[in-house]
Design a protein around this ligand. Structure first.
Ligand code: ATP
Length: 235
């Protein structure tokens, strides 16, 4: 589904991604692992059109999407849940969800989609008329994911969904990601610093180190690879 080839991204003189290749198959969950500064966030930002790559190409189902703007990528089915949640604090839960589905111009979906999100994330249903600023960290993450899902993506890019959450809350989010993949065939690219969480849910994983891809294998193989764990994942 997604084919990334020779991707290079810089911030001025800092090379954040260096010749990264990545293939993601439809309906799979791929984890992107690595320590601080490895380039994980930059990879997602480049894939969602927020950062322009210097070199390389990205294709989605065979179509070149390398330099498309974020709004065009959303129309093609790519949604991004940024690090730090990215919900609008002053708007209510319902308004945030609506915002995620607005470009579809499908009034019925705005309503039925929101109901689907409340089923997926029951804590949001109880708080639908409260401002996002009143939510806990876990609920904000649920809302951020819900808002992205309102665009009905084929590919969901998730940046550190479990960051700062209690293990129980993180586990709940992970369970929803599994459900989504199983029930709707959604394809997920999941950035995580917590390798254990990510490897427990992913089919495949890649490890980035200083912008380079240093491992690319099934999640089970990587989870069992002490060398990779010790060298690159700080565990
Ligand atoms: P983290 O978990 O800390 O977010 P990461 O693996 O997501 O780490 P990136 O945020 O992609 O890593 O950063 C990759 C490299 O690019 C790092 O060396 C970082 O310092 C640098 N970098 C990231 N954002 C910027 C920026 N806006 N300006 C300059 N350098 C940046």
């Amino acid at each position: 589904m997604l084919d990334v080839s020779g991707l290079v991204a810089d911030y001025g003189a800092v090379r954040a991604l260096d010749q990264v290749d990545l293939k993601v198959t439809r309906g799979s969950i791929t984890a992107v692992l690595g320590a601080n500064g490895a380039g994980k966030t930059t990879l997602l930002r480049t894939l969602s059109g927020l950062h322009r790559p210097r070199e390389g190409s990205v294709s989605l189902d065979g179509k070149d999407i390398t330099r498309l703007a974020p709004e065009d990528l959303v129309r093609l089915g790519v949604a991004h849940v940024p690090e730090g949640r990215g919900v609008i604090a002053e708007l209510t839960v319902a308004e945030n969800l609506r915002l995620g589905g607005l470009w579809r111009r499908d009034r019925r979906w705005l309503r039925t989609g929101a109901e689907e999100m409340y089923e997926l994330f029951p804590p949001l249903a109880d708080r639908r008329n409260q401002r996002a600023e009143a939510l806990s960290g876990g609920e904000r993450q649920m809302l951020a994911i819900g808002r992205a899902l309102m665009s009905r993506p084929d590919l969901l890019l998730l940046d550190e969904p479990s960051l700062g959450l209690a293990p129980r809350v993180a586990a709940r989010i992970v369970a929803v990601l599994r459900t989504l993949r199983a029930e709707s065939g959604l394809t997920l690219l999941l950035v995580e610093q917590n390798a254990a969480t990510a490897l427990s849910v992913a089919d495949r994983a890649v490890v980035l180190y200083l912008g380079r891809k240093v491992a690319d294998d099934t999640a089970d193989t990587l989870a069992a690879d002490d060398r990779v764990r010790r060298a690159y994942l700080e565990v």
